[in-house]
Design a binder for this molecule. Structure first.
Ligand SMILES: [Zn+2]
Length: 297
C-alpha cells in the first residue's frame, strides 16, 4: 500500500487508503472484544498463522479418562519428538508399565511431560500431576512407578469414577475428596484451583512450539494482573494431539479442550473457568474454540 501511494500520490488513492484503514480499525472480534488485527496482544508470526487448520475441530479429542502429567525440570525445548526418548529413561519406563497394565486399568490414560522447577537434584524422579483429579504425587522414583500405577489406577478405588451424567466433573470431585493412601515414602496432595495446560512441544510440531510459549506468557501475565496466583496455574506440556489446531489448551478440572486459541482469548478463557467468575455466558462465547471434553462415558 505504501509503495503504491508513493508511485501514485493522487487523491483517489489517499481516499482508498483512508477507507482501508477505517475498515481495519473498526472491526472487532465478537468473542474477545479485541480489534482485528489486535494491537493490544501479541500476534503470532504470519507464516505460522498460515499453517493453522481452519476446518471443523469439534470432537477432535482423543478419548481418555485420565491425564497424567510428568513434571520434570527439562525445558520444553529439550523434549525430543517422542517423550519416551527423554534422556533419563523415566517416561520410557512409565509408558512401558502403563501399556503392560492397560487391560487391568481398563481406560485410556493420556501421558504427557510437563515443565516444572525441581525441588531437588535427584535424577530419575518426577512429580506427577493427575487430572482431572488434581492429585499431585511428589518425587516419584523409578522404583515407585509400578506400585503407584497399581494403586492409583487398578487397586485403589479412592479416585472417583466420574461417571455421573447429570453432574459436572467439578461437582463429582467435590463430593469425593478422597486421596489415595500410599506407603510412607510417597507423599500425595490435592491441588487447588484452575489448571491451564498448553501444548509447547516444538520437536513434535513447530506450530505448538511457537504458539504455546506465547500463550503461556499471556496466561502468566493475566494471572498476575488479576491477582490469581493462588487460584490459576499453568503448565507447559508435551504433545496432546491436533497440532494443526494450535494453540492447544486444556483446562482442568472440567477437562475442556480448546484449539486455535489466541493471546486475545486468554482473559475470557480464564474468567470463564475460574469458579468465582465462571458463567455459562462466558463459556458460550468460547464455543468456536471448543475441541471437545475429557471422556466420561
Ligand atoms: Zn487482542
Amino acid at each position: 500500500m505504501f509503495i503504491y501511494l508513493r508511485l501514485n500520490p493522487n487523491k483517489k488513492c489517499i481516499l482508498h487508503l483512508q477507507r482501508f484503514l477505517s475498515t481495519v480499525t473498526t472491526r472487532f472480534d465478537p468473542c474477545t472484544g479485541c480489534e482485528i488485527p489486535c494491537t493490544t496482544h501479541v500476534t503470532y508470526p504470519p507464516e505460522i498463522v498460515k499453517e493453522i487448520d481452519q476446518s471443523n475441530m469439534n470432537n477432535s479429542v482423543e478419548k481418555h479418562r485420565r491425564h497424567l502429567c510428568i513434571g520434570q525440570p527439562f525445558s520444553h525445548t529439550q523434549w525430543p519428538k517422542h517423550i519416551k526418548n527423554l534422556q533419563d529413561g523415566y517416561i520410557n519406563e512409565l509408558e512401558r508399565i502403563i501399556t503392560e497394565k492397560q487391560s487391568d486399568i481398563g481406560y485410556p490414560v493420556k501421558l504427557t511431560s510437563a515443565v516444572v522447577e525441581s525441588s531437588n537434584d535427584l535424577k530419575q524422579t518426577a512429580d506427577w500431576y493427575l487430572f482431572p483429579d488434581r492429585i499431585k504425587i511428589n518425587n516419584v522414583t523409578m522404583k515407585q512407578i509400578e506400585p503407584i500405577i497399581d494403586k492409583l489406577f487398578i487397586k485403589d478405588q479412592s479416585i472417583i469414577k466420574i461417571k455421573h451424567k447429570t453432574k459436572t466433573i467439578e461437582q463429582q470431585l467435590e463430593e469425593n475428596n478422597n486421596l489415595p493412601v500410599f506407603s510412607e515414602q510417597i507423599t500425595c496432595e490435592r491441588l487447588q484451583g484452575l489448571w491451564v495446560l498448553v501444548c509447547c512441544h516444538n520437536q513434535r510440531d513447530h506450530r505448538c512450539g511457537v504458539i504455546g510459549p506465547i500463550l503461556v506468557d499471556e496466561i502468566e501475565k493475566y494471572i498476575q494482573k488479576t491477582d490469581r496466583v493462588d487460584n490459576v496455574h499453568c503448565l507447559k506440556i508435551s504433545h496432546i494431539g491436533g497440532h494443526r489446531f494450535a494453540g492447544n489448551v486444556i483446562v482442568y478440572p472440567s477437562g475442556t479442550w480448546y484449539g486455535r486459541v489466541l493471546p486475545c482469548h486468554i482473559p475470557l478463557l480464564i474468567d470463564a473457568h475460574v469458579a468465582s467468575s465462571s458463567s455459562n455466558d462466558l463459556k458460550e462465547k468460547l464455543k468456536p474454540l471448543l475441541r471437545g471434553y475429557l471422556d466420561t462415558s
